[in-house]
Design a protein around this ligand. Structure first.
Ligand SMILES: [Zn+2]
Length: 871
């Protein structure tokens, strides 16, 4: 696609940003839509112009406005596309000409046909279809709820598109269907904007101090591999339903970032994203930068930010369907909506003129009005550009990109998930992820042959030559961070904007084999619901049910059994039953009706097999404390803590967040989990009561007294579990005899979000159920030299050989032989620390087993299984 300078279009656009917005009462019938007089201008509806310093409209009012516009205008439709995590509506708008909206089904069908590489279209047929159809342009604001300036700009844009009938607007409406997502996180709009308005006129800080997505906060833009949150699933569904050619995501960056940043994107570029999808977004960014220069809006930068096309956690699945990801980032102001100035009076942002920043910003302040102005320039320019080239966008992004997904690309033809994996729940979750992403999975009904290898019936096959095949490669291949990610041959390696790997099999604990030439007589298409366990048998009175410890889904089993008051025992040694050897950590429960019914239910959920035996095995065991009560120290606005809440809610754990007042008496907790990111300062100092109102009392500091109370609680018999950087907090709290021995200097040692090989002792209670060797998630995490021979070291990094499993690591030999998971006695109590970041965004699912073990085992008591269950 050519980069067309939209001079004519932009002349109108630039003017419109200030003067051409039509308001009811303006006598401009020749350019105003018939509906214009019934649609109030935003200023009239909200009581202030959009983007007024210090003024933010509540999301409910913005929804009301959009509903009103949709009622009055035949160019705008309003729909609720789903329900959010906290139960709010997730609204969308469709904006196009009345004629296009009337034939929307036909447009979407045509676009689907263009994008389907199996539709058998020739190039000329595809060209002809592209000429008949209209592309969808996806326009999204406020995924990040503290980035409040893009939505008011969007309100102005919708008002203009629904009321003005200039040549400029008509071109957009005739040639695009704009799918508008006013907020990709409506919950956050309520939390953030309502809080801002409620604190007006107080001495409180105006920015909401906690996670603006209930579980994941700002990480809601890092959920495009696992799709854990409802909002991530809604967006993915919309992308599949509407097949956009552009995904225009509007964001804000820090106060001293460029005034606006647009593509071209930075290195590194992964191997699996199509060149058209990338180059078209880069071209669009260049057009917006050009438009800003023409309009005299300074401080726009390109090129040196957001190398996001390495790991699918930020860019998602859209580019694999042909959508060009067009991201703009506008500098933020102070306290969401108040003017920002540097304390020294220097202009914010880059000050040196360069090819990346043609026209540095020279004013001392930056305001919400300016954010809105820049956002409108970006939207008006990009919409106009795509509308003028609509046929090319359809042909190139939908037809050409997707056609290539059926061609060999040098990667493996097939990934095989051999039957008989140690964790059936992980298999089920992998298939569920593929279901959401739109990846086709087949199950072999007979033996699979690939080269000299054979795989049994029941193995899964995922072909890379399918519509989402490039994404399949993205998340299944072992990542080797590119040495070419440099500005020049001698320049330093550019570190990724995000993590260095997204390898799903290693995260989930699955063995997946790449293969060419896989041959199998019969297969069937499967989805997650087809991954099931054999029916649960019935054990006779005096017998027992057994569940092997090799699945992270075991947490579901334990939590559900505890909820239903079924005693849960875990064998502390290997034993035999029914001709099978069971590993340490195997769950043993009595043959009661409650146990049976619970296990039937949880086995359906997890696909975990449950064995019924006629006798209780005579084996030493830990009996978990009934109703084990877990406390979570999470910290305000601490994303790892939010992810832990999501995991705990998903697994159904009996947990509560530990609040400031709880430190006076922690005795009701059996076990306390400290989230990564929780430091001594967060616990001791916490949120300042002068700056945050009573509702955040829970996150206030507990002082040295509270800190000591936590230490005493452990020493008096409590069980503390600390993950990632919180391992250091636990060390400091309890004076643990461990020393972080990783080099702090990033030139010497750097492993920023990577998978590192580790060893596990399956006989150690903390690592029951883990394989002897498996990669762990490592984010420049602590790794320990253990100074107490009595400490139970359950996981270490190998003393020799390759440590890097997938991603990037430099100087990883420094980790050799260091400890990862250690359990230590502390007075009457216990602490288990895991230095590696094994709860990171819930991704390292396989390693969740360690957290689960540590949480439940600490408060457990030693019993003999047969004797105990004979009682
Ligand atoms: Zn953002």
């Amino acid at each position: 696609m050519s980069v067309k300078r939209a001079l004519t279009g932009f002349a109108v656009t630039a003017l419109a940003a200030t003067a051409l917005v039509i308001t009811p009462g303006d006598n401009q019938a020749s350019t105003a839509d018939a509906a214009a007089e019934d649609i109030p201008a935003p200023e009239e509806f909200f009581g202030f112009p959009m983007g007024t310093t210090g003024k933010l409209a509540p999301f409910e009012e913005i929804k009301d406005y959009f509903e009103l516009v949709a009622e009055e205008s035949d160019s705008v439709e309003y729909e609720v596309a789903g329900t959010t995590t906290l139960g709010h509506e997730y609204p969308i708008l469709r904006v196009s000409s009345a004629e296009n909206l009337a034939r929307l089904d036909e447009i979407l069908e045509t676009n689907e046909k263009l994008a389907d590489p199996r539709s058998g279209l020739s190039e000329s047929q595809a060209r002809a279809l592209a000429e008949q159809s209209v592309p969808v342009y996806y326009l999204e604001a406020t995924l990040h709820s503290s980035e409040v300036g893009n939505l008011p700009a969007l309100v102005d844009v919708i008002h203009r598109l629904s009321t003005e009938r200039s040549e400029y607007v008509q071109n957009i409406l005739d040639n695009l269907v704009i799918l508008v997502v006013p907020s990709a996180n409506p919950d956050g709009q309520h939390l953030m904007i309502d809080y801002f308005n409620e604190t007006a006129g107080t001495d409180y800080a105006r920015t909401y101090p906690d996670l603006y997505h209930n579980y994941v906060g700002h990480d809601n833009n890092r959920d495009w591999i696992f799709f854990t949150q409802e909002e991530s699933r809604i967006r993915t569904r919309l992308e599949q339903q509407y097949r956009p050619v552009v995904l225009h995501f509007m964001h804000q960056a820090g106060t001293n970032s460029p005034r606006m940043w647009v593509p071209p994107f930075d290195e590194p570029l992964g191997p699996n994203v199509d060149s058209i999808a990338i180059s078209a977004s880069n071209a669009l960014g260049a057009e917006v930068a050009n438009a800003a220069a023409e309009a005299g809006l300074p401080g726009v930068s390109t090129d040196d930010a957001y190398g996001i096309f390495w790991n699918a956690d930020v860019f998602g699945t859209g580019p694999h369907r042909g959508a060009s990801l067009f991201l703009h980032e506008i500098a933020s102001v102070r306290d969401l909506a108040l003017p920002f100035s540097n304390p020294d009076g220097t202009p914010p942002g880059a000050r040196d003129r360069s090819m990346r920043t043609f026209d540095p910003y020279t004013e001392a302040t930056w305001t919400l009005e300016q954010i809105v102005e820049y956002a409108k320039l970006s939207m008006y320019t990009a919409l106009d550009s795509v509308a003028k080239d609509a046929d090319d966008w359809l042909y190139n992004n939908l037809y050409q990109v997707n056609q290539k997904s059926m061609e060999p690309d040098g990667g493996p033809e097939t990934y095989i998930v051999p039957a008989g994996q140690r964790d059936p729940f992980a298999v089920k979750q992998l298939v569920e992820i593929f279901d959401i992403a739109g990846v086709e999975v087949e199950r072999a009904l007979s033996t699979v042959r690939a080269g000299r290898q054979t795989y049994p019936a029941g193995s899964l096959l995922i072909h890379t030559q399918q519509p989402m095949g490039s994404w399949v490669e993205q998340v299944l291949e072992v990542d080797q961070y590119p040495d070419a990610a440099r500005k020049c041959a001698d320049c330093p390696l550019i570190m990724p904007y995000s993590e260095t790997t997204d390898n799903l099999p290693m995260l989930l604990g699955l063995t997946v084999q790449p293969a060419d030439d896989a041959r199998v007589a019969r297969t069937e298409r499967v989805s997650a619901e087809d991954i099931t366990a054999p029916a649960v048998g019935t054990a006779p009175d005096g017998g027992a049910y057994l569940v092997e410890p090799t699945s992270y889904g075991l947490t579901h089993v334990i939590a559900r059994l505890q909820e239903n008051d079924v005693p849960v025992l875990r064998a502390t040694e290997a034993f035999q039953a029914g001709g099978t050897t069971y590993d340490p950590g195997t769950v043993i429960v009595p043959a009661t009706t409650a146990a049976h019914d619970t296990l039937v239910e949880v086995s359906e959920l997890t696909a975990l097999p449950v064995a019924a035996t006629p006798t209780v095995p005579a084996v030493a065991a830990l009996e978990l404390k009934a109703d084990t009560t877990i406390g979570l120290i999470r910290g305000a606005n601490n994303m790892p803590g939010g992810w832990l809440m999501w995991l705990a809610d998903t697994y159904g754990l009996n947990y509560e967040v530990v609040e400031a007042d709880d430190y006076a008496d922690l005795s009701r907790f059996d076990t306390i989990l400290v989230a990564p990111g929780v430091t001594k300062d967060r616990i001791v100092t916490g949120l300042n009561p002068a700056l945050y109102p009573e509702e955040f009392h829970w996150a206030r500091g507990v002082g040295e007294v509270g800190w000591q109370a936590l230490a005493s609680w452990v020493g008096d018999g409590g069980n503390l579990v600390a993950v990632g950087t919180a391992a250091e907090t636990a060390r400091e709290l309890l004076g643990l005899p461990i020393t972080n021995a990783t080099p702090g200097d990033r030139d010497t040692f750097n492993a920023p979000g990577t998978l590192i090989n580790a060893q596990f002792d399956p006989a150690a209670p903390a690592t029951w159920g883990m394989p002897a060797q498996w990669p762990v998630w490592f984010y420049n995490s602590p790794a320990y030299r253990v100074d107490d021979p009595a400490a139970a070291v359950a996981s270490t990094y190998p003393g020799s050989g390759e440590l890097l499993a997938s991603g990037y690591a430099h100087g990883q030999a420094a980790l050799q032989g260091l400890a990862n998971v250690v359990t230590l006695d502390v007075g009457e109590g216990q602490a288990t620390v895991a230095g590696a970041d094994i709860t990171f965004r819930s991704w390292p699912r396989a390693a969740w087993t360690i957290v689960s073990n540590a949480l439940y085992n600490g408060p457990a008591t030693t019993v003999e299984a047969a004797a105990r269950l004979a009682q």
